[in-house]
Design a protein around this ligand. Sequence first.
Ligand SMILES: [Mg+2]
Length: 117
Amino acid sequence: MVKSCLRYTITMDEELALQALKRFIADRDWGQFHTEENLAKSISVEAAELLEIFQWGNIADPNRVKEEVADVLTYCYLLAMKLGTNPSNLVLEKLQETEIKYPVEEAKGRSTKYDQL
Ligand SMILES: [Mg+2]
């Protein structure tokens, strides 16, 4: 049950990533460009770059995939920080809602949307 996971504490790896991102942005004075709107657009742009890797087939260079996933995650982290939270907390909070929409007994092994279960 996700509820028990909501007492989430940030891990050392996440803390290091968040601090590195904050320093990277501050050193370049790029925070001025990081409005919620710009970060949301950047997430979409990077997600499109990830999808582009698979545009003409399902075989992709894993390193290119990792690079684009990193770009998407970076902007997600930045937007989460802008919103005063962190990505893991957002995922856990949303997962709690999703668990309610998709009860295991109805959704297990099915890809049906929750309102069609
Ligand atoms: Mg990219």
